[in-house]
Design a protein around this ligand. Sequence first.
Ligand code: KG4
Ligand code: ZN
Length: 342
Amino acid sequence: MRILGIESSCDESAAAVYDDRLGLLSHELFSQVDLHRVYGGVVPELASRDHVRRLLPLVRQALANADTPASGLAAVAYTAGPGLVGALLTGAALGHSLAYALGVPAVPVHHLEGHLLAPLLEDRPPPFPHLALLVSGGHTMLIVVRGLGQYEVLGETRDDAAGEAFDKSAKLLGLPYPGGPELARLAEQGRSGVFAFPRPMLDREGFEFSFSGLKTAVLLAVREREPDAQRRADIARGVQDAIVDTLVTKTARALEATRLPALVVAGGVSANHALREALAGAARLHRAEIYFPRLEFCTDNAAMIAVAGMARLQQGATAADLAIQARAQWPLATLQAPTSMR
Ligand code: KG4
Ligand code: ZN
C-alpha cells in the first residue's frame, strides 16, 4: 500500500511517497527561506501563494522518483494543522482534490503527530511507550507517547517555544532568518558562562517551560554596549546554553518520574547539535535509549506526514466527506487513538 504525503503548514512545501512494506520511497522539499528572508520572518500570504506554485510539481517529482503512477496510490495524506491557515489550505485543497480524483481516501494529519512519528522512518524505530520531547518553532512539549493517538502531555511552554526563543534572540543579534541554525553556528565561537541568561521554571516542580524572559535578557545584553564579534558569539552561546540546559533538565526530570526506557526527540530544534549531545548524556544517565529523526526529518517535511498518514490509514482513519480540513489551532491532546486500539 502506498500513500502520498503533503506538507504545507508553514514555509516548506513538501511531498513524499511511503510504502507500508518498503518504507519511504521518495521525498521532495522546497524551502521558502529565500522568499521570506528579506522580511525577517514568514509572511503568511506569500507562503500560501508560493505553496500554490510549488506543491503540484513537488508531488509529480515525488511520484516519479518513487516510480509510482498516481493510480498506484492507496491514499493521500496532508497536514491539516496546526499551522498558518492559508498555507494549510493549499496542501489540504490539493490533497483532498487528488484523493477525490483518484477515488482513494484523504487522510488529514496532525503536524505534531507527524513530528512525533518521524523516528519511525529510521532503521531503528523507537518502542512504545516512550517519552517525547517535541521542540519546534511553535511548540515545546514533554509527552508520554503510549501509541498512535495516545499522547499524555506532561508539560509545555507557557509562552515562547524553544525554536521561537532561538529565532527571536537571533534577530536581536542581527542574524538572518531563520535564526535558530544561524545562532547555533555563531554559538560555536562563543564562550560558555560569559553570559548567564535566565533558566526560568527550573526551580519549580513540574514539566512546564517558559522562554519569553530570554529575549528581554538578550535585548539588555545587546543594548548595554555595541557588541563586537566575540561578544555577539558569547551572547549566542549564552542563549543556546540556557535553552539546552532548561530542556535537558526538565527532560531528565520526566525520565526520572516516568521511568520510561526510551526518549524520542523531534521537531526543528532537535536538529541542534548541542541539544542532541546534552540529551544523549542525560538519557545515558537514566538508562534510556534515545531516538532522533535524521537531520532532514527534524525540520518540516512530507516524509513524516506520509508515515503518520499511513499509520492512521491502517487504523481506518480517513476523512468522512469532501470537506477540506485546515485548523490553525489543534491541541495535540485532543487527538484520539483509532477506535480499533481504544
Ligand atoms: O519543526 P520546524 O521545522 O517547524 C515548526 O513546526 O515550527 O521547526 C522550526 C524551528 C525554528 O524555530 C528553527 O529556528 C529551529 O526549529 N531550528 C533550530 C535548528 N534548526 C532548526 N534551532 C536551533 N538549532 C538548530 N540547528
Ligand atoms: Zn514542524
